[in-house]
Design a protein around this ligand. Structure first.
Ligand code: NDP
Length: 310
């Protein structure tokens, strides 16, 4: 069995080592731009260039070493339709997302940013504490990662709500679904967390119209994709005092350009797309298990529905 490996950063050795551990029967071929690769059974890629697409036409499956597949599906029909795309399911990212989002929620709830600027100014001044019962956290996307975030928040006692495409029933979480459920979901959400895949239906979903439905003083945490957020709308709503602030891990242009106004807005906390990194060992182990199942004729989960875009 041969696997075609694409790593944009060129750091292929550790991946080869981990495949040697979890799938020793596989030979790993590294994809190089401008070189014809040998025939391969599977491809393992992250955000490959368009020039790699012809090499993906004859594999049994394309494994995407991330949860989001927008960087693959953007190629549309240039990406061979008959080859299944399999994304990572959690693979250690859920725990990282849970840490990141819980930290951002608690930091806002306990007003740490305000205390930090007070401390810089040498000011000792207790601020009124927010009420837990008024602090509804709403998570857009209740999948592998959104589900873990909701679980991690449960012990803090905030009212929790989630929004998904299909109907769900999760203990301790008020569940909403579909376009008709979005308005009610937003109107009661104090902290909005975006954990959606980027698809034609979810692109720009955090725009002026939807953010205006959040209560005054709402807070935004975006850990999904930059294109979910209409960036100028967020800035305008923060300046107008409707949105209290935001923690953003993802941006339309990454790295965030030096002249971007987000850098100058103290109510926006910026991190460089690190909320949940792909963990190589966990990813290779998951991919190896799925390849074994496919080879045994068994079904695997995580196959992307191209019509839905995730
Ligand atoms: P999943 O596919 O497991 O879950 C996606 C969730 O979004 C599901 O609950 C799904 O609903 C819901 N959803 C999708 N489309 C719609 C829609 N049109 N309307 C309402 N709900 C919708 O994905 P993951 O949880 O694994 O990952 C989510 C995203 O997180 C990734 O696609 C990626 O963009 C982002 N991500 C960001 C990282 C970072 O470092 N910043 C790292 C990893 C992921 P349903 O359950 O009904 O299908």
């Amino acid at each position: 069995m041969r696997i075609l490996l694409h790593r944009a950063d060129g750091k292929t050795e550790p991946w080869i080592k981990d495949f040697g551990k979890f799938l020793p029967e596989a030979e790993i071929a590294i994809w190089h731009a401008g070189e014809k690769s040998p025939p391969c059974d599977y491809a393992v890629v992250w955000a490959p260039p368009e020039t790699m697409l012809p090499e993906l036409a004859d594999v049994k499956a394309i494994f995407n070493t991330g949860a989001g597949v927008d960087a693959l599906l953007k190629f549309g029909d240039a990406l061979p339709r008959h080859v299944p795309i399999i994304r990572l399911g959690d693979a250690g990212m859920g725990a990282q997302m849970a840490e990141y989002v819980a930290h951002a929620v608690l930091r806002y709830f306990r007003r740490f940013d305000e205390y930090e600027s007070q401390a810089r100014a040498g000011t000792w001044a207790p601020l009124p504490q927010y009420h837990r019962e008024d602090f509804t956290v709403g998570v857009l996307g209740m999948g592998a990662l959104g589900g873990q975030v909701l679980k991690a928040l449960a012990p803090f006692g905030f009212p929790l709500r989630g929004w998904s495409r299909t109907e769900k029933n999760v203990a301790g979480v008020q569940c909403y679904h579909g376009p008709t459920g979005l308005d009610t979901f937003l109107r009661g959400t104090r902290v909005l967390v975006c954990m959606l895949p980027l698809t034609p239906d979810t692109s720009n979903i955090i725009d002026r119209s939807n953010m205006s439905k959040l209560p005054q003083g709402a807070y935004l945490i975006n850990v999904a994709r930059g294109a979910h957020l209409a960036e100028p709308d967020l800035l305008n709503l923060i300046k107008a005092g409707h949105i209290a602030g935001a923690t953003l891990d993802v941006f339309r242009n990454e790295p965030l350009p030096a002249q971007h106004p987000f850098w100058q807005e103290p109510r926006i906390t910026i991190t460089p797309h690190i909320s949940a990194l792909t963990l190589r060992r966990e990813s290779v182990q998951q991919i190896a298990e799925k390849i074994r199942k496919i080879e045994n004729g068994e079904l695997v989960d995580g196959i992307v529905d191209r019509n839905l875009g995730y």
